[in-house]
Design a protein around this ligand. Sequence first.
Ligand SMILES: Cc1cc2nc3c(=O)[nH]c(=O)nc-3n(C[C@H](O)[C@H](O)[C@H](O)COP(=O)(O)O)c2cc1C
Length: 364
Amino acid sequence: MIGFFDRLSRPFIRALEPEDAHKLAIKALRYVPVVRQAADSPELAVRAFGLNFPNPVGLAAGFDKNAQVPDALLRLGFGFVEVGTITPLPQTGNPRPRLFRLDSDEGVINRLGFNNEGASAALKRLAARMDESGIVGVNIGANRDSADRIGDYAQLIETFAPVASYFTVNVSSPNTPGLRDLQQAKVLDELLARVLDARERVRPRSGPVPVLLKIAPDLALNDLDDAVGIARKHRVDGMIVGNTTITRPGSLRERGKAREAGGLSGRPLFKLATRMLAETYVRAEGVFPLIGAGGVDSGPTAIAKIKAGASLVQLYTGLVFRGIGVATEIKTDLLVALKRGHRNSLVSMVGSDAADITAESWPS
Ligand SMILES: Cc1cc2nc3c(=O)[nH]c(=O)nc-3n(C[C@H](O)[C@H](O)[C@H](O)COP(=O)(O)O)c2cc1C
């Protein structure tokens, strides 16, 4: 039924201005009852960061910035949903237009700038669903005008620990000036120290909520060395590789829109993000698991991420172009691949191509 409405409504949604289409999608998920998908096959289960994921296909941050519809999204078949980015105070973000669909590239450029309703609105919603099952991560960021950006992250950890399945420390959005500088070694070291201190402070009340670090796919490899080294030193629970890119691959067809400032996601990001994932995997040496994001929109792209080093994957832009059946489609393909390889879990596939990928020439 969902698939039917999805196919029917997609041309209409495509005709809308992208930000209005997104608002409409959130509204539909709030008010149209979504029937829960059948339980996932046990072969798709993944244990990572101390959590039991029913399947490895997650919804990436940015779609449900204000934690309005995490349970409807879980019912669509996602194995986990990441809400946010949430900042301590509400903020409106950059002026519109700030979201561009590159239809013939199956990509999106956004320069939203952490538009969100702020911590207290999201907290209320997440507290109201505390008895629901399902993994809902909270992606946190700093307010644009904050005098103490690191303090914003620490404060959000304390605020959301009772309601978050895990945290993502987002230091990689390109649309808040200076935010990505938090990835630089000295600052990242201090940031993670304070974030993990905050986590320890609330541990007696909230348990050991996993903390993941989300990085940009645009880091130079020596900066990636530092980022992984510092993440390991502070014993973060995992990393997400990664966010949108400020680069523009030469293959882009929508040349006009490609000149818009902002972060590029979707298909055109796939190669770069998968390369950075493999680079991160070889540096992490199995100390913590990785989530692969960037251009996942099908079974083959999800499998490529897993072989590059991802224990779990996330997608956002694939939902825009493939529709709400995308998680189910990917899961079906994963099961076929497992059957074909006579495997009963995805674990043995994780990172099997990482060394080869890092030996290839750099994606352009
Ligand atoms: C419109 C839009 C908004 C996004 N907002 C956020 C955000 O608030 N926080 C964040 O960490 N990532 C954000 N992202 C990045 C995604 O979470 C994801 O890392 C990236 O888009 C790559 O995945 P994809 O190619 O499947 O979209 C956003 C992406 C898009 C397209």
